[in-house]
Design a protein around this ligand. Structure first.
Ligand SMILES: *[C@@H]1O[C@H](CO)[C@@H](O)[C@H](O)[C@H]1NC(C)=O
Ligand SMILES: *[C@@H]1O[C@H](CO)[C@@H](O)[C@H](O)[C@H]1NC(C)=O
Length: 360
């Protein structure tokens, strides 16, 4: 195989998230209604207030341990906000405060954490970002007992959109080298920035291995299918098969364990993790095992040889017949609903890759 020398082209491509992303009030009523229904469903699945408050406190303990008693956190019902959730920052009054000076109330632990960030930024002049853009700079935060008071009734900040999405399938190129501590730091960062809809792609190969085993696909067959750790993003998108692999069972187990930690931390903070779903991309041996199945081999992706897949990340579909595309979509959705009747399909797609095909 030749070297995938055009892989680096992936970075600047634009993403399109097919969710109503701007203000919902400008959407047609039926979209608004179904999004409202979805939001209610997600709310019912969130952990209890005490779990979320504890998660926000644990985050504060990691971020600013000297001030772990300076803040009081509370979950508030969504009705207090206009539409999409909010946080409220005010003073803790009276002598019964146990050292707490500032009260931050929010509809989820993400809202509380982003309220904490807001206070540290606008009242204390602190800076919290990725390491490459300055990292965590908290030296300007006054010592406990001297935190700046918030005027009057305090400050309420409304979330302008229901979802703040984060991550990209190709960022797994960096994440694959991360341990739990690094992940925990990133998820804390997400909460502080108000992100509530993060991609959670770690460990999926361990699940695919089990699923394919049920179809009589052997471990050897999968060695030509899964990419190596540095190439998972492309293997997952169906851009290449087997490049840099195989993956050891030890690695699969360790990634699955990591994913369980990642998901628990996202969920306890009140986030909605986005999990991978089946896109129709199957190992080559499927042709032999199921000779009557309709399996399409798409064109070569960039310069890399050899793949077999059925959806179109940076690939063009084999036909532009809307009927084919619609049938394919229906099949994917049906399979998802079979596993989870409340499943919601979130599509993240590089459809600008082939401008002529998609007429963009
Ligand atoms: C604290 O006192 C101020 C001024 O009296 C009041 O406006 C504010 O609501 C009080 N905060 C809380 C959390 O009770
Ligand atoms: C796997 O192989 C067994 C034994 O040959 C067979 O009974 C079973 O139907 C196969 N499973 C699938 C999904 O084809």
């Amino acid at each position: 195989m030749r070297a995938p020398d055009r892989l680096r082209l992936l970075a600047p491509l634009l993403l399109l998230l097919l969710l109503p992303s701007s203000s919902l009030s400008s959407s047609p009523p039926d979209v608004r209604e179904s999004v409202g229904e979805l939001l209610r469903r997600l709310e019912n699945k969130r952990p209890s207030s005490s779990v979320q408050v504890a998660a926000a406190h644990a985050l504060l303990q990691r971020l600013l341990p000297t001030h772990h008693s300076s803040f009081r956190f509370e979950i508030i019902p969504k009705g207090i906000c206009k539409q999409n959730g909010c946080f409220h920052i005010s003073n803790v009054n009276g002598s019964n405060s146990d050292g707490a000076e500032i009260l931050i109330r929010g509809t989820t632990a993400v809202e509380i954490s982003s309220g904490l960030h807001w206070y540290l930024k606008y009242w204390c002049g602190a800076h919290i970002s990725w390491d490459k853009t300055g990292g965590v700079q908290l030296a300007s935060v006054p010592p406990p007992g001297s935190l700046a008071r918030v005027d009057g009734e305090g400050v309420k900040v409304e979330r302008p959109v229901p979802w703040s999405y984060y991550q990209n399938v190709v960022t797994s190129n960096s994440y694959v080298w991360w341990d739990w501590r690094r992940w925990e730091k990133e998820i804390d960062w997400m909460a502080l920035q108000g992100i509530n809809l993060p991609l959670a792609f770690t460990g999926q190969e361990a699940i695919w291995k089990k699923v394919f085993k049920g179809f009589n696909v052997s471990s050897d067959d999968l060695n030509d299918f899964f990419g190596g750790p540095a190439f998972l993003a492309w293997a997952r998108m169906g851009n290449l098969h087997g490049w840099g692999g195989p993956l050891s069972q030890n690695w699969l187990n360790q990634q699955l364990l990591l994913q369980k930690q990642i998901l628990s931390h996202m969920v306890e903070l009140g986030m909605t993790p986005v999990l991978p779903s089946f896109s129709g991309n199957v190992p080559a041996v499927f042709r032999k095992l199921f000779p009557s199945a309709s399996i399409t081999r798409l064109g070569d992706w960039n310069t890399v040889d050899g793949d077999l897949r059925d959806t179109f990340n940076e690939n063009s579909p084999p036909t532009d017949d809307p009927k084919y595309i619609s049938l394919l979509g229906a099949a994917v959705y049906k399979a998802m609903s079979k596993g989870d009747k409340d499943a919601v399909w979130l599509m993240q797609h590089y459809h600008t890759f082939d401008c002529l095909f998609y007429n963009t």
